[in-house]
Design a protein around this ligand. Structure first.
Ligand code: NDP
Length: 449
């Protein structure tokens, strides 16, 4: 490790010692950019690392709301505006009880690099709350979203900061957030949030974009290595937005998705998952994945105990972690390798622990890193913003083909950067190097601000 990199890492570790997820995300980037720093001494002279790891702004706020029993509840809201180097802040909102500043900062940090890879003019941000939407009525969700927006509105705008969905925030929540923003501002600023419903300014194919994009990236990566998705067995953790549409596209390419999960456990259906049934349970009934067995009694259900999800015990050619951070540990990576996995594609943000990623790479498994492989969601959000500005709608096919081209471009950028810096086939390094370069150049060009 270079002296400069080491010094900065030590300083950041001291300043952020209570933020393990954020430090993990920083370390993962630092572990791959040494050759770039050596080739570009101007990055050290311009204090690029020190500036890049410090968010431009971290906002926290109180979110009070009244539940259905008339009781006052208080949650904490966050918006981390990490970087506006290449466009307005952009990144999702997560509603989950585990949300804290460390998780918000890790997600915001990742988002800067991801957004740079899309080739579109968007900066990086993340936000959310420790609010748990599970078991809440529609009315409670609406009141919470309205209270959240009562504060957030003063920090966002279609040229300032454009939030979207993430875990626990889908079209329903974005709708309530948008309604309240419009009410407060007294103006229809369609591009202030993305992930909107189609009937009031959303984009066709946004819902599908992250999952489809992940599979487009996987297809390109397999192609380089003389392989494809046809007839491959696929396991996908999670059963939310990313997981469902990754499964849909994998099926379209002739793969067989045999397992999906939620935080309680996973289902295994040897004949191939019935995706319409999953959609019904998760998107319509907002139920638990275990209910799958009510209609498909031949499938199996494995309860989750502890940090390792049972889904990674299932033999598969391709594993797509699409639930949450650090869900695929070294133990799980070892089992996947023993069972002959050929590729892992990160649909979630930082789903593999660093030890798991290193192990998979050492064993020659192809790894599609989150920053690149799940960038299709935010890229399509940027396409939604363009449509809002033009006051125009593209067709599904138009958006999907733009998404596909963006994913091919991202893959090529990662591959080229990895080749140039002597780590061919390591797309984790390639993604970090390609995006770091772009951000560093923009930072130097804009001066010390
Ligand atoms: P959803 O809320 O739609 O679905 C999340 C899924 O992951 C659910 O099945 C949920 O199960 C499971 N999950 C959530 N938290 C945990 C946990 N702590 N342990 C185990 N399982 C968990 O979210 P998305 O599909 O939108 O997001 C999934 C991942 O993809 C996240 O990492 C997100 O940051 C990332 N991502 C999302 C994008 C998007 O466009 N939506 C874009 C890029 C990345 P349960 O119902 O039991 O909680």
């Amino acid at each position: 490790m270079s002296e400069y990199l080491n010094k900065v890492l030590l300083e950041i570790e001291q300043k952020n010692s209570t933020e393990p997820e954020f430090m993990q995300a920083v370390r993962e980037v630092f572990a791959t950019i040494l050759p770039v720093l050596k080739a570009h001494p101007e990055y050290e002279q311009n204090a690029i690392l020190e500036r890049m790891v410090e968010p431009e702004r971290v906002i926290t706020f109180r979110v009070p709301w009244v539940d259905d029993n008339g009781k006052i509840q208080v949650n904490r809201g966050y918006r981390v505006q990490f970087s506006s180097l290449i466009g307005p802040y952009k990144g999702g909102l997560r509603f989950h009880p585990s949300v804290n500043q460390s998780i918000m900062k890790f997600l915001g940090f990742e988002q800067i690099f991801k957004n740079a890879l899309t080739g579109l003019p968007i900066g990086g941000a993340k936000g959310g709350s420790d609010f748990d939407p599970k078991g809440k009525s529609d009315n409670e969700i609406m009141h919470f979203c309205q209270s959240f927006m009562n504060e957030l509105y003063r920090h966002i705008g279609q040229d300032v900061d454009v939030p979207a969905g993430d875990i626990g925030v889908g079209a329903r929540e974005v709708g309530y957030l948008f309604g309240q923003y419009k009410k407060i501002r007294g103006a229809y600023e369609g591009g202030v949030l993305t992930g909107k419903d189609i009937v009031y300014g959303g984009s066709l194919a946004r819902k599908e974009a992250t999952g489809y994009g992940l599979v487009y990236f996987m297809r390109e990566m397999l192609k380089t290595h003389g392989n494809n998705l046809s007839d491959k067995t696929v396991t996908i953790s999670g059963s939310g937005n990313v997981a469902i549409y990754a499964a849909e596209k994998a099926f379209q390419y002739g793969a067989k998705v045999v397992a999906m999960s939620d935080s309680n456990g996973c289902i295994y259906d040897e004949a191939g998952i019935d995706l319409d049934l999953i959609k019904q349970i998760k998107e319509v009934q907002r139920g638990r994945i275990k209910e799958y067995l009510n209609s498909r009694p031949n499938a199996q259900y494995f309860e989750r105990f502890g940090e390792d999800s049972p889904i990674w015990q299932i033999k598969t050619d391709i594993a797509l972690p699409c639930a949450t951070q650090n869900e695929l540990t070294l133990n799980s990576a070892k089992t996947l390798v023993e069972n002959g996995v050929i590729a892992v594609g990160e649909g979630a943000n930082m789903p593999c622990t660093q030890e798991a990623t290193n192990y998979l790479l050492e064993k020659g498994v192809l790894v599609a890193p989150a920053k690149a492989a799940n960038a299709g969601g935010v890229a399509t959000s940027a396409i939604e913003m363009s449509q809002n500005s033009m006051r125009y709608y593209y067709t599904f096919v138009e958006v999907d083909s733009k998404l596909e081209q963006i994913m091919v471009n991202i893959y090529n950028a990662c591959r080229k950067a990895a080749d140039e810096y002597g780590c061919s086939g390591n797309y984790v390094a390639g993604a970090n190097i390609a995006s770091f370069h772009k951000l560093a150049k923009a930072m130097i060009a804009q001066g010390v601000v």
